[in-house]
Design a protein around this ligand. Structure first.
Ligand SMILES: O=C(O)CCC(=O)C(=O)O
Length: 230
């Protein structure tokens, strides 16, 4: 690991790492097309824990370069705490508010023993709703949050972080097949897809042993990827 001090957390001063290849661009785009065809009729926006049900997602969470980057960040023994497939349909309002992946009403993760990944399955662009993140915001620590019901989002699917003032954010367009790793405390959001094609991404929360501080008991058990001590 480079550029990491103990106060910076597992991914360094910016709290994120980009440019990790999880698939070839062509295979990722073909997967996106298949997922769009599968979910188009119901305009489904969120599929929970596809890594437990679909071979492609089971393989994606184990993609070699991605897994190596995760292990570099949190150590050799890795399990998947949860995954979300997010489809943003063109011109359909769907904003995901500022949030931190390591804390919400369902779960709290130890930021030294967890990391979150976002995988571009289709190309993610400024127009179609790529992620925006606040570099270095993991230094804020975990922030208070309000639940989706409280802040009135119809389909927000994230508990909005509160207690911070306006921040400079960075847009993170990613080509299909590329992934981003984020410190569990990193503030990020995404906007509505104003483009003409669907934007498809997979969010993954990875944990090392002992990485889960609190968790809704109804959540499925963490899914071991490497190691035997689970
Ligand atoms: O896919 C998106 O636009 C955002 C997903 C996200 O931030 C999350 O699931 O935590």
């Amino acid at each position: 690991m480079t550029d990491v001090t103990s106060t910076d957390g597992i991914l360094g001063r910016r709290g994120m790492r980009t440019g990790i290849e999880w698939s070839t661009p062509g295979a990722a785009r073909a997967r996106a097309a298949q997922l769009v065809a599968e979910h188009r009729a119901r305009r489904q926006e969120i599929v929970r824990n596809p890594h437990l049900a679909a071979d492609w997602a089971r393989a994606a969470v184990r993609a070699p370069h991605l897994l190596a980057a995760v292990q570099e960040a949190i150590g050799p023994d890795v399990a998947v705490e949860n995954t979300f497939l997010v489809v943003k349909w063109p011109h359909r309002a769907f904003e995901i508010p500022w949030h931190q992946d390591g804390i919400d009403a369902r779960v709290e993760l130890d930021p030294d023993r967890s990391v979150s990944a976002w995988l571009a399955i289709s190309d993610a662009t400024l127009e179609n709703g790529c992620l925006h993140a606040v570099a270095g915001s993991h230094h804020f620590g975990y922030l208070p949050f309000s639940s989706e019901a409280e802040h009135g989002a119809e389909r927000g699917r994230a508990d909005q972080a509160t207690g911070f003032t306006t921040v400079d954010s960075t847009a993170l367009p990613l080509p299909a097949g590329s992934a981003l790793l984020m410190d569990s405390r990193l503030l990020h959001r995404s906007g509505t897809n104003t483009g003409d094609g669907a934007r498809v991404g997979l969010n993954i929360r990875y944990v090392a042993p002992g990485g889960i501080r609190r968790r809704d008991p109804q959540s499925p058990s963490p899914d071991p990827v490497t190691g035997t001590d689970w």
